[in-house]
Design a protein around this ligand. Structure first.
Ligand SMILES: [Zn+2]
Length: 82
């Protein structure tokens, strides 16, 4: 990922590295030092995907812990009972 930055000296736009977020960077157009804005998370990106992934894992574990033992108990009961 790169950070979109605008040079304060010449007004040209350029891409800065993530490590340069919130720090001074050298403009590739005029060579002057300019401020790079802090790195920002794109809206609807990782923060939204993380709870969804957590819910999927939780649902899978719930299925594994509740449904599978129930199936196993039914199968075991059928084998034991006449
Ligand atoms: Zn510049």
């Amino acid at each position: 990922m790169a950070i979109p930055a605008t040079c304060e000296q010449c007004g040209e736009s350029f891409w800065a590295d993530d490590a340069q977020g919130g720090q001074q960077s050298q403009c590739p157009h005029c060579g002057q030092a300019t401020q790079v804005p802090p790195w920002q998370t794109p809206s609807g990106g990782k923060p939204a995907a993380s709870p969804f992934l957590f819910a999927m894992v939780f649902a899978f574990l719930l299925l594994l812990c509740c449904v599978l033992p129930a199936v196993w108990v039914v199968l075991a009961a059928r084998q034991v009972l006449p």
